[in-house]
Design a protein around this ligand. Structure first.
Ligand SMILES: *Cc1c(COP(=O)(O)O)cnc(C)c1O
Length: 389
């Protein structure tokens, strides 16, 4: 969709703001590298368009989470000069294409490591069927070992660490893998908890080195600690939320961080109705007009990812003024109370954006209804065209 077509609802994605955020964050975290995390279709912004913009901004590491997303970025022309990392896999995953496309793999088990090793050998023997595969391994897999330092999601616990490292060292010596990194992910429960996790990662690194491993880089932090805890940045910081201009620390705005919200979500007012005091609107009549007023219909709803509880506190800007959501948010639409103001069919209603036209930011919207901005942007549905400017 282009910017000047007729539209009902749309998310405008400001690529200039995204690039500026990335440049700023690269400066802040230097000399550590910045990985731009593009999982969940770039937190709902569109991973391919943003991946290209990230490369233009000089980013050399992208985080894709899943192989399908990494392949999509490679297909879009992001070549091997840019590292793309993936760390969530199907249990039956095969890694041939990942090896061929030089995707960085964050591994959490011996089983995954063996599957990767099989893939490297099969790629090598497909390239030269008559030769002894070991002699022909030209593309070692790019492996990062994931240490569980407290989050208890993926990552390897200390009891399984030695076995994984010993096998990784063996495969490295055979030329089957490269040890590109060792990493973990923080729980962000408290500064002390994060410090303990950093210590656990350091201990796992020392232990692995004692077993013969050498890692090209160590990485641990994401948006929160990547800004708040410079001493934990190590060699790379993996950031999602900040790059989209969504601040993750309570009470801190994007502007405080030198960041600009990248997405503006709008819909065009579809209908305007004058109603009398006491009139109930939308399902269940959970709201009745406290006075004679005008309600305006905003054609976007929970099927598009607008949480139903947005009724309790969120507001929408029209012509530079903010109006509360009234009554239930329905699947495709909700109402706002515009009082006696001259709001017309076709006016742009901005749910959230940079804040420059009186609207909330997505972080503020999220705060008002008890969630986080990342949940809202990553949950926006396919009925909302993304428009890139
Ligand atoms: C999502 C994710 C990130 C980015 O997190 P933000 O808080 O959005 O910066 C970094 N690392 C891993 C492993 C992740 O899953």
């Amino acid at each position: 969709m282009t910017i000047d077509q007729p539209w009902l609802r749309r998310a405008t994605v400001d690529l200039g703001a995204y690039r500026a955020n990335l440049r700023h964050l690269q400066e802040v975290v230097a000399p550590a590298d910045l990985m731009a995390v593009l999982k969940a279709d770039g937190y709902g912004h569109g991973a391919v368009a943003l991946g290209r913009a990230a490369v233009e901004a000089g980013v050399t590491w992208l985080g894709a989470l899943e192989l399908a997303n990494a392949h999509e970025l490679r297909e879009a022309g992001i070549d091997e000069r840019v590292s793309i990392m993936v760390w969530q896999f199907a249990s039956s995953e095969t890694f041939e294409r990942a090896v061929g496309e030089r995707i960085d793999l964050g591994l959490s088990s011996l089983r995954q490591l063996e599957a990767v090793a099989r893939a490297v050998r099969s790629v090598a023997s497909a390239a030269a069927p008559d030769a002894r595969p070991e002699a022909l391994i030209e593309i070692p897999a790019l492996v990062h070992l994931n240490v569980d330092t407290g989050l208890h999601r993926d990552g390897v616990l200390p009891g399984d660490w030695d076995a994984l490292v010993l096998r990784a060292v063996e495969l490295r010596d055979e030329g089957v893998i490269r040890l590109r990194g060792i990493y973990s992910h923080l729980a962000e429960a408290s500064d002390d908890d994060d410090t303990a996790s950093a210590r656990a990662l350091a201990e796992a690194t020392e232990r692995a080195e004692a077993l013969g491993a050498r890692f090209e880089r160590r990485h641990l932090t994401a948006s929160s600690a990547g800004l708040e805890r410079p001493e934990l940045r190590l060699d790379m910081v993996r950031m999602g939320a900040n790059t989209y201009g969504i601040p993750v620390t309570d009470g801190v705005t994007a502007a405080d961080r030198g960041l600009v919200p990248v997405m503006t979500l709008s819909a065009r007012i579809a209908r305007v109705k004058r109603i009398a005091q006491g009139t109930g609107v939308s399902y269940d009549y959970t709201w009745r007009a406290p006075r004679d007023t005008t309600v305006a219909l905003v054609p976007i709803g929970y099927a598009d990812g607008i949480p139903r509880r947005s009724q309790h506190g969120a507001s929408v800007a029209v012509r530079g003024r903010r109006y509360p959501i009234v009554g239930r948010v329905a699947m495709d639409q909700f109402l706002i109370d515009v009082g006696d103001d001259p709001v017309e069919v076709g006016d742009e209603a901005t749910l959230f954006g940079s804040g420059s036209r009186g609207e909330l930011t997505v972080g503020e919207w999220a705060d008002l209804i008890g969630t986080i901005g990342e949940e809202i942007v990553s949950g926006l549905g396919p009925r909302i065209p993304r428009v890139y400017v």
